[in-house]
Design a protein around this ligand. Structure first.
Ligand code: UDP
Length: 237
């Protein structure tokens, strides 16, 4: 599989369609697939945290979610030229599920958020089977696992923030019948219409970070990871 490496962290160079094609193939072979979103902030944390690094690198696909990885790939003459965002990846998987008859389970977020998101997804993809939903504040994990298995879901989205959702997936994956696992952060909030994404012009220009900074100035500290990361890329050989 095509991967690039940034300070020890693997990043998949597949685009949306490449990942869907690969997943289709892996599902036919009965293999599990996991998707984790990677951005400069996560690369910088993983450098200081070997467990996080291992967690990211053990995923099947590390998607380049964030303009920083694209810029780094350009600087390093890599081949990653467009973002693969967590929320858009989820949307492509939903379409794939609707078109090819795979059952979907949504785990995470507040009760009203996951309900609303499921309702909106059902409207957007009438052919989809949402086999079940579960909010992200249930303490009894064995109950959650049993519920997911009873639903006979093939694709599981876990929306509890990173790295909590990825740790959950890793811990429970072997006991689940689902074959595709994606940690999707705040994506249920987006599908529920509770959180607006940046307008398309900002996204197309690679300025989603700027839009989010204007909306939530407290993100400034988190966003400092981007220039720090790029400076590091520039001065690494
Ligand atoms: N969440 C949850 N259970 C928890 C804590 C958080 O389901 O115990 C949900 C929360 O309701 C929200 C999502 O996890 O929907 C957090 O998304 P956030 O934007 O923080 O994640 P990021 O995209 O930054 O990783």
């Amino acid at each position: 599989m095509n991967k690039e490496n940034y300070f020890g962290v693997s990043v998949s160079s597949y685009d949306y369609e490449g990942i869907i094609d690969d997943i289709r193939h892996r599902m036919a072979e009965g293999e599990n697939s996991t998707i984790i979103a990677v951005n400069p902030e996560k690369v910088m944390s993983a450098e200081k945290n070997p467990e996080l690094m291992e967690l990211i690198n053990s995923a099947t696909y590390q998607i380049p979610d964030g303009i920083g990885i694209i810029l780094a790939s350009k600087l390093k003459k890599g081949s990653i030229r467009s973002r693969v965002t967590g929320v858009d990846m989820m949307d492509r998987l939903l379409k794939f599920a609707a078109d090819e008859g795979h059952r979907v389970f949504m785990y995470g977020a507040k009760p009203e958020v996951v309900m609303q998101a499921a309702e909106n997804i059902q409207k957007k993809y009438p052919a989809i089977t949402i086999a079940g939903t579960q909010h992200g504040y249930e303490q009894d994990q064995s109950k959650v696992v049993a519920k997911i298995n009873e639903s006979k879901a093939d694709i599981l989205f876990v929306a509890m923030g990173s790295p909590r959702q990825e740790l959950w997936i890793r811990e429970h994956m072997d006991g689940l019948h689902a074959k595709v696992f994606q940690g999707v952060g705040g994506s249920f909030d987006v599908f529920a219409g509770h959180v607006q994404r940046a307008p398309k012009v900002y996204r197309d220009m690679g300025l989603e970070w700027f839009y989010r900074l204007m909306k939530e100035p407290q993100r400034f500290k988190r966003q400092l990871a981007l220039p720090k990361f790029l400076a590091k890329v520039l001065f690494s050989k």
